[in-house]
Design a binder for this molecule. Structure first.
Ligand code: CP
Length: 292
């Protein structure tokens, strides 16, 4: 039984095996194949989510698991119960795997030392979001055939982005050239990748736009949505400068008209909704791995 806490320390071979297994699941015509009947999976979201939470639930149901959905907003967390006591409670009831999203930084790593069932990181503060990066790699590999040699620009709120972090860690293992582009107050000093101008960032195979994470900002990090769009947004004008083979990605949710123009979200070069689609087979592979 194996947890998935992040991609920083996961071997390239393990990542490849998850991507390959996801490709297998994507190719299956039958929507439900009960390969893990009788296994209880708890989705424990202490922070809001649409894509991650529901694609885990779809993945679990497609594998035939028994699914428990915990939502902090309607739980005893509202009476002051701690994250540890909540997860320990579900563990004591016999869950086999816990999928967990947390806002506070550093809690997941400590929790994993105390909880015996495998835990899958579904978004850990601004640390890592491994299943998002796995579906991003899967999307890139599907489009380009292989990852080695690609150039990927990650543009925007790098400082607050667990997606940027997990992508950097994973893409580097595959020989991908990762560049960041961010305003000075959204750059992260502890991530080792070059920062480039927006013009240079557009000259890449993959242009990955990040959401401006207003909920994690101190007051006043951005002057205005218009100002941010003008300097760092993927506008229709800027998109004309992308190479014809380049793809546009975004983990979503999207601030339309801020980091990306409305018209580009479903542009022929955009892979934003395919990313969401790919999240299901990736999470099927990750759940299966946790129980293997
Ligand atoms: N990309 C992503 O994690 O989206 P949600 O916050 O909706 O899960």
């Amino acid at each position: 039984q194996r947890s998935l806490l992040g991609l920083k320390d996961l071997d390239k071979e393990e990542i490849v095996s998850i991507l390959d297994r996801a490709a297998y699941w994507e190719g299956q015509a039958d929507k439900v194949q009960p390969v893990i009947p009788g296994k209880f999976v708890a989705n424990m979201f202490f922070e809001n989510s649409t894509r991650t939470r529901f694609s885990f639930e779809v993945a679990e149901k497609r594998l035939g698991a028994e699914v428990l959905n915990f939502s902090a907003a309607v739980s005893s967390v509202q009476k002051g119960e701690s994250i540890y006591d909540t997860v320990r409670t579900l563990e004591s009831m016999g869950i086999d795997v816990g999928v967990i999203r947390l806002k506070p930084i550093g809690v997941l790593a400590e929790l994993a030392t105390k909880i015996k069932v495998p835990l899958i990181n579904a978004g850990d503060g601004n640390n890592e979001h491994p299943t998002q990066a796995l579906l991003d790699l899967y999307t890139m590999r599907k489009h380009f055939g292989e990852l080695k040699g690609l150039t990927v620009s990650i543009i925007g709120d790098v400082l607050h982005s667990r997606v940027a972090r997990s992508n950097l860690y994973a893409l580097r293992k595959f020989g991908v050239n990762v560049k960041f582009c961010a305003p000075g107050n959204m750059a992260s000093a502890d991530l080792d990748a070059p920062y480039v101008s927006i013009d240079e960032a557009l000259q890449s195979d993959v242009v990955m736009m990040l959401r401006v994470q207003l909920e994690r900002h101190e007051h006043g990090i951005i002057k205005s949505a218009e100002d941010y769009r003008e300097h760092y947004g993927l506008t229709v004008e800027r998109a004309k400068r992308l190479a014809p083979h380049a793809i546009i990605m975004h983990p979503a949710p999207i601030n339309r008209g801020v980091e990306i123009d409305d018209e580009l979200v479903e542009h022929p070069q955009s892979r934003i909704f395919p990313q969401m689609q790919n999240g299901v087979p990736i999470r099927m592979a990750v759940i299966e791995r946790a129980l293997s």
